[in-house]
Design a protein around this ligand. Structure first.
Ligand code: HEC
Ligand code: HEC
Length: 511
């Protein structure tokens, strides 16, 4: 209903992405050989030099061992079953006519975080089929956890932060077009042509209406898991559209894993109970894999990734100045009986650790995501290998999420419906009803969160005019869309003054 789906725009976008990737390439124009793991490893340290991540200092492993674990995680392919050949980008003549600037393509259209220091891999979360020298393989790509779990803020890449810009719909549609008969210009019978045809079949057969988010950089990951888990025992048939919930969410940061491990309840609604949030493995099911592959390859590797990397990640420090005196005042308020934030959100040590109470509390925020976990979803889960790794149970309320690194977790609430801490901690009536998604590449240091617009002239237009102009545009967050409500979590009556709010925000910067 809200989606603007102009074939033209999509065709152009895919062309531009393709041209962009082609231009980025340092590989020859046809059948580029696969990149070897040794080559990737040789530049890994320097590729990482501007990537921000914090590691638990009490991890007893050596720096070299941690690096190696991180390398495995960042280039993880889970032995993917679906690949996009590089030659598809290089050989497409049409795309070369629509040459655009690389940063706008991968960065703005698809919204991946560019890996600027890496000469071989254009963006975080893109993983090549890294082979051994001389194995005759050509270069192909798949995507992994980091397409969603990396973000750029003020030009800096933060590993583990939830994406603020990635558009799954754009990427899916673009790749579908690119791999279709009409556009595929690869030698018939070649291995790359076969890989592209296979990718096209997978992209088309796993496309369910409920797995397109209504807004850029919001994800339907949970609904997609329902669809995928249902398909396996039903001969590849999808559940009926009305049986799948709609509850678009933002991507939470990976450093919440450490905070949540002692409680073992996962995701926005805490509906997954188990040692690790393994619903992530259904990402591979979307690539058409069976339950056997899940059991033999995907789940063991994801568990290894959690053990060796994810659980050790801690939140990045606030990169700008903090007023310590004001933050100390904020801390008192946060922990006080009257304001009572810590009762739900826990106590913080200022070094990225929290004693998280595991509270799941009804605070009146949008319900849609809670309803995604339906009886049908639970039944599909219970008939899958995931049932051996945890339990799925409907939840009545959302997690009072850990606030570690909360300065970087904007926009706020599970659906990313509130752009700044200032708006979240103020009166509900003052929260913006529309704001621009891609403005979230920058931090608003005063209100802490994202600016509402990239173009200052939009600020003068006023909400009613913006809603008329951009209310249907998925690049804009519109709080009137289903699942996108921005009400609830209303603590203004306890916070009471702007001075208190400022102190709380200052304290939140230090978590
Ligand atoms: C398509 C985007 C996407 C990909 C790819 C993805 N995730 Fe996520 N991840 C999400 C979203 C969205 C959520 C929140 C889901 C919800 O609560 O409804 C999430 C939640 C999480 C959480 C937080 C759980 C919590 O309770 O705080 C962890 C940890 C996580 N994912 C790990 C991974 C790992 C590991 C991978 C790779 C195997 C992965 N994710 C792949 C989008 C993604
Ligand atoms: C009754 C329990 C409760 C109290 C008290 C409470 N919160 Fe929350 N808080 C929640 C819940 C539940 C959520 C998640 C709601 C959602 O995502 O829909 C949340 C979300 C948040 C978020 C958004 C986090 C993110 O990453 O999006 C922030 C920030 C926050 N709370 C700060 C505070 C502060 C500051 C206070 C004290 C003024 C406070 N909360 C008091 C339960 C509570």
């Amino acid at each position: 209903m809200f989606r603007v789906r102009s074939i033209h725009v999509i065709a152009l976008a895919f062309g531009v992405i393709a041209a962009g990737l082609g231009m980025l390439s340092i590989w020859p124009r046809t059948a580029a050989p696969a990149i070897t793991r040794d080559t990737l490893a040789s530049s890994f340290a320097s590729d990482l030099r501007h990537v921000v991540y914090e590691w638990d200092p009490s991890d007893p492993r050596s720096e070299a061992d941690r690096r190696q674990a991180l390398f495995e995680f960042m280039y993880e392919t889970y032995d993917a079953s679906a690949w996009i050949p590089q030659s598809l980008f290089d050989s497409n003549l049409v795309t070369q006519a629509v040459v655009g600037d690389v940063d706008t393509i991968v960065g703005e259209k698809v919204g991946l975080v560019l890996w600027r220091d890496n000469r071989r891999v254009p963006a975080f979360g893109m993983a090549p089929n890294a082979g051994t020298p001389g194995d005759g393989q050509t270069l192909r790509w798949t995507v992994n956890c980091l397409v969603c779990h990396t973000a750029e803020i003020d030009g800096v890449a933060y590993l583990g932060a939830g994406t603020k810009t990635f558009d799954e719909l754009w990427l899916g549609e673009a790749l579908k077009r690119l791999t279709s008969d009409e556009w595929r210009r690869l030698p018939r019978g070649s291995e790359d042509a076969a890989a592209a045809a296979d990718a096209h079949r997978i992209l088309s057969s796993h496309h369910h209406d409920k797995i397109d988010s209504l807004t850029r950089a919001r994800s339907t990951a949970f609904a997609a898991s329902h669809v995928e888990l249902y398909m396996r025992p039903h001969n590849g048939e999808m559940p009926r559209v009305e049986d799948v919930g709609r509850g678009d969410v933002k991507t939470p940061p990976l450093w919440h894993t450490a905070a949540k491990m002692p409680i073992g309840r996962w995701y926005a609604d805490g509906s997954f109970h188990g040692p690790f949030p393994l619903m992530a493995s259904s990402m591979e099911l979307e690539k058409d894999r069976g339950f056997d592959a899940l059991i033999q390859v995907v789940m063991p590797r994801i568990k290894r990734d959690f053990e060796s990397v994810v659980r050790h990640l801690r939140p990045p420090r606030y990169p700008y100045e903090v007023d310590e005196a004001l933050a100390a005042r904020g801390r008192e308020l946060f922990d006080s009986k009257d304001v009572g934030c810590s009762q739900c959100h826990g106590e913080y040590d200022g070094n990225g650790h929290v004693r998280w109470p595991g509270a799941h509390a009804e605070v009146g925020t949008d319900r849609s995501r809670l309803d995604v976990v339906s009886d049908g979803f639970v039944a599909a889960f219970n008939a899958s290998p995931l049932a051996a790794e945890g339990a799925l149970a409907t939840s009545r309320s959302y997690a009072a999420t850990p606030l570690t690194g909360v300065w970087a977790n904007f926009p706020y609430l599970h659906n990313g419906s509130v752009p700044t801490l200032h708006h979240l901690l103020g009166p509900v009536s003052a929260r913006p009803r529309i704001f621009e998604v891609l403005a979230a590449k920058r931090l608003d240091r005063t209100r802490v969160g994202q600016p509402l617009y990239t173009n200052p002239r939009d600020a003068q237009l006023g909400e009613a005019a913006l809603l008329r102009r951009s209310g249907d545009d998925r690049n804009w967050f519109n709080a009137a869309r289903p699942g996108c409500g921005n009400a609830g979590h209303d603590f203004w009556s306890r916070i009471q003054t702007d001075a208190n709010r400022r102190a709380l925000i200052e304290y939140l910067k230090t978590l």
